[in-house]
Design a protein around this ligand. Structure first.
Ligand SMILES: [Zn+2]
Length: 214
């Protein structure tokens, strides 16, 4: 699922909280400036939380989970690209078989459910890489696989100007991916500059308001 099944002028802002030691999009930080920007604009958003990030940031996790503006979704247990053959993506080793795919989804699903009081409805794997078997396993487990159309921050490698330009490309129904775990990068600055123009065109929504669960 890469877009909302809605013809209305809505946009889904999604932010991954990856955690852990890998290069690229990983990191256990909390982008407090970005959260302030979203809250200042009352912008609804969905946070894909990896279990490693949640364990490293229990108070920040609780703060997100308690905010009615925000929805929590599953970003995996160990942030592994989902494959039944061990394919890697962006330098991160993938799951090697269906059992590891199951563990990657179910481990964090149980962890989040214990804290949220319900299982997450949406899943995005580490690096947003999947093979077809892995997608089928995930949906069989009752979590819908969420991709994206607009790459907001390219794993936090974009400058603020590039992020503004990406947000300007968002159209009605698009899912936007960015990251909230690397405050040392430009994501907050890009959203502070680009969000007002986006909000003049589109209304941000959480995934649960506009997608059917699996
Ligand atoms: Zn991630």
């Amino acid at each position: 699922m890469r877009r909302l099944d809605s013809g209305r002028d809505v946009v889904a802002l999604t932010f991954d909280l990856c955690g852990g030691p890998y290069p690229g999009s990983a990191g256990n930080g909390v982008d407090a400036d970005l959260l302030r920007v979203l809250r200042r604009h009352q912008a609804r958003a969905t946070f894909f939380v990896n279990e490693r990030w949640a364990r490293a940031n229990p108070r920040a996790f609780e703060d997100l989970a308690e905010d009615p503006l925000f929805e929590i979704a599953n970003h995996g247990t160990r942030h592994l690209p989902l494959s039944v053959t061990g394919r890697s993506a962006y330098g991160e080793p993938g799951t090697r078989n269906p059992g590891e795919v199951y563990d990657e989804i179910a481990g964090n699903s149980a962890y989040l459910a214990a804290r949220l009081g319900r299982r997450p409805a949406w899943f995005r794997g580490g690096t947003a890489f999947y093979d077809e078997v892995a997608v089928a396993i995930c949906e069989e487990m009752g979590e819908r696989v969420i991709g994206f159309v607009v790459n907001g921050d390219a794993g936090t490698t974009f400058s603020a100007g590039q992020i503004v330009a990406q947000l300007a490309t968002a159209r009605a129904g698009d899912i936007v991916i960015s990251h909230a775990n690397r405050p040392e990068h430009a994501t907050a600055e890009g959203y502070a500059a680009g969000l007002p123009a986006l909000l003049a065109r589109l209304r941000p929504v959480t995934l649960s308001g506009h997608l059917r669960p699996a």
